[in-house]
Design a protein around this ligand. Structure first.
Ligand SMILES: [Zn+2]
Length: 150
């Protein structure tokens, strides 16, 4: 299932990407263009804007809470999604593109020296070229997801 989130839900979009869901981000205010994009790309609209639920066509999840933990739960519950650990950490948190495994030597200049020395596996975003590794950052994410019961 693919999603498109409106601009007030940036944090939620990042979390859904961490969980492995294709979650694009809509930065503009034009609701009719959003509906067209959602229909064309077959995405469910996730928004805090209650006016959007009135559009016929794409499915809309209207988010009720200000808290990202509750927002994550609402999306998963409403769309009956169950995050698969195999899909977690496979997308770029910033741009939603999929991550590819990359050889250690290729990223030598792109990561801090201690990271290069201590980490074995690296992933890189196809689009923005950001490099990811399973260091402390992913450890904290894992703990947070456990707290959410995911
Ligand atoms: Zn990226």
């Amino acid at each position: 299932m693919k999603l498109i989130l409106t601009k007030e839900l940036g944090r939620l979009a990042r979390w859904l990407r961490i969980l492995g869901y294709d979650s694009s981000f809509y930065r503009q205010d034009n609701s009719s263009t959003l509906v067209i994009v959602a229909l064309r790309e077959q995405r469910v609209i996730v928004t805090r804007n209650s006016r959007l639920s009135r559009f016929a066509g794409p499915r809309v999840v209207k988010i009720d809470s200000d808290f990202v933990e509750i927002q994550i739960r609402q999306v998963l519950r409403t769309l009956k999604l169950k995050p698969d650990p195999k899909n977690m950490f496979t997308r770029c948190v910033l741009c939603n593109a999929t991550l590819k495994r990359i050889g250690k030597e290729e990223i030598k200049d792109k990561v801090p020296e201690y990271v290069f020395k201590t980490q074995k596996d690296f992933l890189q975003c196809d689009q923005c070229h950001r490099v990811y590794w399973q260091g402390t950052h992913w450890g904290n994410v894992r703990k947070y997801l456990n707290k959410l019961g995911l």
